[in-house]
Write a protein that binds this ligand. Structure first.
Ligand SMILES: [Zn+2]
Ligand SMILES: [Zn+2]
Length: 287
C-alpha cells in the first residue's frame, strides 16, 4: 500500500506564500494497493493528481467520499481524466440526508454553476451509495466504513492490505474532551497510520483564540487526535485538514507540540508519500 497527499487543507483553499510549504489545496489523497487506485475525496488537490495521471491512461479508479461538503468535492470538475473516453470511475459516498451521491455531484456540475453537465462526460461513471458498516473488497485490499460525528454526517475509511492498515478519518469532531469515542477507537485499533482531522488548536476550539469557539463545527484538535492514536494503539498519526488560517509556522508549531505528546506524529503536506512496505515514518515538511 502507498499513499500520496495532494490536498491537506480544510474548509476552503488557502494559497499564499505563508501556506506554500504545507500547501493550500483542499482534501485529496491517492491510495495505491497493488494495481488498485483509490482517490479519497476530490477537493482542489485532485487537479494536480489528474495531471499526474495523464501519462497512465486509461485509468480505472475508485473515488471514496468522506462526505460532500464543498472542500471535499469542489475539485472534481477540474479532474482532467473525467473528460477522456476510456477512463472508468466507481464513485462511493453518501450523506445523512435522503439524496444520492450521484445527485449531489450532478448538481455541482450543472449550468449555471458549472458549464459542463456531468451527464455529458465521456468517461464512465458508476455511483454507489454507502452506509456505515459497508465493506469494499478488491483483490488487494479490504476497505471498511464508519459513520462519524460531523454536520450532515461523514464517513471514515479503513484500508487493510497485505498486513498493513490505514484509517482516513477527516471531518470528525470529538464528542467529549477526555473520552475517546469507543466506536472510533475500535475502528482505528492497531492501525499503522491514522490520518485525523486536527483542524483547530485547543485555544481556537474553545474560543480562547479567535472571535468565537468552534465547538459543534464538526472538527477536532491535535490533542484529541493524539488521545485517539494512543487509545487505539496506532503506530503513526498524520495531522490532517489544516485550518485555512494556519500558515506554515502555525502548522509547524502544532506538529512540534504533537511530537512531544506522540513522537510519531507528522503534519500532512502536499507531496507527502507513505510507502507501507518500506519506512512508515514519513519526514516532516519542516525537516
Ligand atoms: Zn472538510
Ligand atoms: Zn465537512
Amino acid at each position: 500500500m502507498r499513499v500520496k497527499f495532494w490536498g491537506v487543507r480544510g474548509s476552503i483553499p488557502s494559497g499564499n506564500k505563508e501556506t506554500a510549504g504545507i500547501g493550500g489545496n483542499t482534501t485529496c489523497v491517492e491510495v495505491r494497493c497493488g494495481d488498485d487506485l483509490f482517490i479519497l475525496d476530490t477537493g482542489t488537490g485532485i487537479r494536480n493528481l489528474g495531471m499526474s495521471l495523464m501519462d497512465q491512461l486509461p485509468i480505472q479508479a475508485k473515488i471514496l467520499y468522506s462526505h460532500v461538503h464543498w472542500d471535499h468535492i469542489q475539485g472534481l470538475p477540474f479532474f482532467g481524466p473525467l473528460y477522456l473516453e476510456g477512463n472508468e470511475f466507481d464513485i462511493y459516498g453518501g450523506t445523512s440526508l435522503p439524496i444520492t451521491i450521484e445527485e449531489i455531484l450532478h448538481r455541482q456540475m450543472s449550468p449555471p454553476v458549472f458549464p459542463v453537465p456531468m451527464k455529458t462526460l465521456p468517461s464512465t461513471l458508476r455511483f454507489h451509495d454507502q452506509k456505515s458498516g459497508d465493506v469494499i473488497e478488491t483483490d488487494h485490499c479490504r476497505i471498511s466504513l464508519i459513520s462519524m460525528y460531523h454536520p450532515n454526517g461523514s464517513y471514515g475509511y479503513r484500508f487493510d492490505s497485505e498486513g498493513k492498515s490505514m484509517v482516513f478519518a477527516t471531518d470528525v469532531e470529538h464528542m467529549t474532551e477526555d473520552v475517546v469515542d469507543p466506536r472510533l477507537k475500535k475502528f482505528c485499533s492497531d492501525a499503522d497510520v491514522l490520518i485525523y482531522d486536527c483542524q483547530y488548536t485547543e485555544d481556537e476550539y474553545h474560543g480562547r483564540n479567535g472571535h468565537f469557539p468552534r465547538i459543534g463545527w464538526g472538527h477536532s484538535t491535535m490533542n484529541h487526535g493524539v488521545k485517539l492514536a494512543q487509545a487505539a494503539n496506532v503506530k503513526q498519526l498524520i495531522l490532517f485538514h489544516h485550518d485555512p488560517a494556519h500558515c506554515d509556522e502555525t502548522v509547524k508549531g502544532i506538529e512540534s507540540e504533537a511530537r512531544e505528546l506522540f513522537p510519531k506524529s507528522t503534519a500532512a503536506y502536499e507531496g507527502l508519500e507513505i510507502d507501507f512496505q518500506q519506512s512508515i515514518y514519513p519526514k516532516s515538511c519542516f525537516e
